[in-house]
Structure formats: C-alpha cells, structure tokens
Design a protein around this ligand. Structure first.
Ligand SMILES: [Zn+2]
Length: 286
C-alpha cells in the first residue's frame, strides 16, 4: 500500500442516506518509519482491530463508511493536533501545545506507551517527522471525513455520523476505570453536546433490545472526532460507539472469536435501525 493512502471510502450501494460511519483506529498498515520499541503484537493491541470490517454491511443500508489505514499508535486521528507531550520530541514544536488528560495517560496524538505500559519508542521523535505524520496521514483522514459530512449536509440539510471504535474488556492501568470490567457498548456524545438526545437514545435502545448492556459517556465520552464534527444545533449529529472487544475477538492474538459473526449480524441490524430512523426524519422534513 502506498504511503499516500490514509483512508478507504466505501460508497453507499444504491440510494445514499445522510449517514456516515467512520473507523479511525482499525488501520493495520504500519509505515516503515514506525520504529516502535515493543514487539508488533504488543503495539497492535492499541488497534480497534476488525472494527471497519464489522460494519462492512453499512453501505448496503445507504451509509458511507470511511476507515483509516494507518495505526493509531503511529498517529491518533481521534486527538487534537496540539495534544502532544513535548518530552517525546528532540526539538521544539513550532506551535502552541495544549496537552490533554490523554497525553497525561501516555495516549495523546502520539502514543508514549504501548498497551501494558512499555515505552513506545527507544528515542525521541523530531518535530519534522511528527509533522510528516500529520500531513501524510492525519490531515488526509480528517479532510475526507469533513468533505463527506459537508457534502451530505449540503445535500440533505442534516447529517448523522457514527464514530466507530472498540475498547478493551477491562480498563488498562492508565485508564480512568483501571481494572473495571466494561459494558458491551459505551456511547459517547460528550455529555449530550455532539448529537441530539433522541439519536443517542435510539442507538442505546436498539442495542439494549438486542440484549446488550449499554453505558453512556462512562468511561468514554467521545474525543476529538465527535467534538470536531458534532454540532447538533446545525443538524450535524455525531455519536461515538465503543464496542467491547471480548464480543468479537481474542484481545491478545486479535483473532476473531466464535461470537464474531453474531456481533457482525447485530451491528448490521443496528445500522438498519439507524437507516430507518434517518429515512423517517427526512420524510418529516419533506
Ligand atoms: Zn478507537
């Protein structure tokens, strides 16, 4: 794969709906200059492995699906560009920095540690190489997401966006909920600021009706992507969905488990329910 390909876009089959799904953390293409210190299998535990594949039926429901190709441990598309730990750099960063709690936990724009706590690098990074990661991977991904959301919003006057992730079954040592088992799904709307309450309820109730446990904004509220694109006052609705990795894979080997097909089918039903809701909302307006 060329280093120029930061994302893949799966176009809706048939009639397009103002519904976009994105998977920023399931990329498996490790660039040659990613000289991480821990073994690849440890670094890969940062991935939301298989998440884009789990939602692969979404385009058949009229949704557009965009997936990142690069690993989040290399540069994290769900962080803001100023969320950098300056101690990771060998020279000065040219712009003001505003490190968040995520950087404090070692998982900012650049990950300082791998899952389990080992240092990600045996050296400091240069500002120039970080800038190249931003320009080659982060910016193209966000440009694609922004362009798609804008185009759908322009055409329909409204857009719904699901930001798709997966989470470890139990909080890592540096997580806010270290050692605590997680629900099946965690929905994040940054305390009801990135989408309508109705949309969060629709997704939560659809999952609960299929028998899943669902938490809202605990421990994940949603980070940069829903914060950047979710503006419900402008009829732009963004919701983060975290799904529990134990529902579909072995968290050490990353191999799909026996439940994978059942979860994939249920996510297909979820997207179908969301598509039905989107159609109903469009009908109300016409
Ligand atoms: Zn994620």
């Amino acid at each position: 794969m060329s280093d120029a390909v930061a994302f893949l876009r799966h176009a809706p089959a048939g009639e397009a709906l103002p519904l976009l799904l994105d998977s920023p953390h399931s990329g498996e293409h490790y660039p040659d200059d990613f000289d991480h210190a821990p073994p690849r299998e440890v670094v890969r535990q940062a991935e939301d492995t298989h998440v884009a594949r789990l939602y692969r039926s979404a385009p058949a429901q009229g949704a557009t699906l965009i997936e990142a190709t690069f690993p989040r441990a290399y540069i994290d598309a769900n962080r803001s560009l100023d969320d950098i730990d300056p101690s990771m750099l060998s020279d000065a960063w040219p712009l003001p920095l505003a490190a968040s709690r995520k950087t404090g936990q070692g998982i900012g724009l650049l990950w300082r540690i791998a899952r389990g706590g080992a240092p990600m690098y045996a050296r400091q990074l240069t500002a120039a190489e970080v800038q190249r990661r931003i320009d080659a991977w982060y910016r193209p991904y966000h440009a694609a997401l922004a362009a798609e959301l804008d185009a759908l919003h322009r055409r329909f006057g409204v857009v719904w966006h699901i930001n798709c992730h997966s989470m470890p079954a139990v909080g890592d040592a540096n997580a806010d909920d270290a050692g605590r088992p997680r629900k099946d799904f965690v929905l994040g709307d940054r305390d009801a600021t990135t989408c309508s309450a109705e949309f969060t309820s629709l997704v939560g109730e659809t999952l609960a009706a299929m028998g899943y446990s669902v938490a809202i904004n605990d421990p994940y509220k949603g980070v940069e992507i829903v914060r950047r694109y979710g503006r419900p006052g402008e009829r732009r609705h963004s919701l983060q969905i975290e799904l529990n990795r134990r529902l579909y894979m072995d968290e050490t080997t990353l191999e799909p488990n026996a439940n994978y097909p059942a979860l994939e089918a249920d996510l297909g039903k979820l997207v179908a329910a969301v598509a039905l809701y989107v159609r109903a909302q469009l009908q109300k307006r016409s």
